[in-house]
Write a protein that binds this ligand. Structure first.
Ligand SMILES: [Cu+2]
Length: 143
């Protein structure tokens, strides 16, 4: 019976570790599948993004250069404020938008330079790690 224990226990540990990794992964901003943002009848590439602690969903957007992009940022947190920072001066991008807990904010910009740019949340509480360091970032892919 003792031997069976040695076989079952490591297996259980792995099973639990895998389950935890699956549950924690998205929270830490693991890159999701690229989402090709659709262009509305008004010519605006519009997409809704859910902000949580500490993630953006979706967190990989694909847009076209030269067409306006509108991001509808909705925070689903109860207390924690978040923001959306996309600063790429070389590509002419400078977006910074605070989104209070449970609030929605909209930003609009027109990317002109193709490339893959990183957006993130730079909020942080006191001496704790910033939200970005906790995985709250994503990619804007301009084609
Ligand atoms: Cu944040």
């Amino acid at each position: 019976m003792r031997e069976a224990h040695f076989i079952v226990r490591p297996f259980l540990c792995w099973a639990i570790a895998l389950l935890c990794a699956g549950a924690i992964g998205p929270v830490f901003g693991e890159s999701g599948s690229p989402v090709e943002v659709e262009t509305g009848p008004d010519g605006v590439q519009r997409v809704s993004i859910t902000m949580d602690s500490y993630s953006y969903r979706p967190n990989h957007l694909v847009v076209r250069a030269g067409q306006p992009v509108e991001l509808i940022l909705t925070s689903v947190t109860i207390l924690t404020p978040h923001n959306f920072v996309l600063k790429e001066p070389a590509a002419g991008l400078s977006v910074e938008q605070d989104v209070g807990a449970g609030k929605t904010a909209t930003v609009r910009f027109t990317p002109t330079v193709p490339g893959v740019f990183t957006f993130y949340c730079d909020k942080k509480l006191l001496f704790f790690a910033s939200h970005r360091e906790k995985g709250m970032e994503g990619r804007l892919e301009v084609r």
